[in-house]
Write a protein that binds this ligand. Sequence first.
Ligand code: ATP
Length: 198
Amino acid sequence: QPLLVGLTGGIGSGKSTVAKIFEILGIPVYYADDRAKWLMANQPDLVESIKKEFGTESYLKDGSVNRNYLSKEVFSDPEKVKIINSLVHPAVGIDFQEWASSQNTPYVLKEAALIFETGNEKKLDHVINVSSPLKIRVMRILIRDPHRDEQQVNKIIDQQMPDETKNELADFVIKNVDNKLLIPQVLKVHETLTAKAI
Ligand code: ATP
């Protein structure tokens, strides 16, 4: 069983970019947010419990998730968000464990926007936080997602756990300011984790 390592960071911090560098080094990455969406559509027990809780309208005729309905009915109501998370998070947890135990590398990564927020660090051996200056994060998101404006991006950032708090909670902090400085930090964390796993 490989070591289980979380990889998190606020919006625009560059966690997906860092994940890709680890993948180049041969480390398998579990993209929790994408996988959660896949499980919501394809994991029979999860589909059933979502239908039971939020109605059969939660799915379209072709079996895909009715995103329109869920964003209106569920994602706009913090209480309902808690309920759907209480269904989805455990399913992702089980799926991640199964996936991880089928890998044979010294460690694997779980890339997720939320780790400390959900207490998921308790189920992980180590957590890496990707940290970047606020101004750079906002700029990156505005370039990557042209449909968003500065106000929206700042609102998302304000709703997330502050970067400083995550840096304190994390075992490793990777500072993503530019590419040149980024890669050596990833290599160093990779070496440390590989050594820990042996
Ligand atoms: P989200 O939480 O929105 O998924 P994220 O933390 O995964 O964001 P990325 O998608 O990795 O962040 O990065 C945001 C944008 O910034 C991307 O377009 C990415 O290519 C760019 N970017 C990230 N890091 C760097 C870097 N060091 N140099 C140049 N561009 C970068």
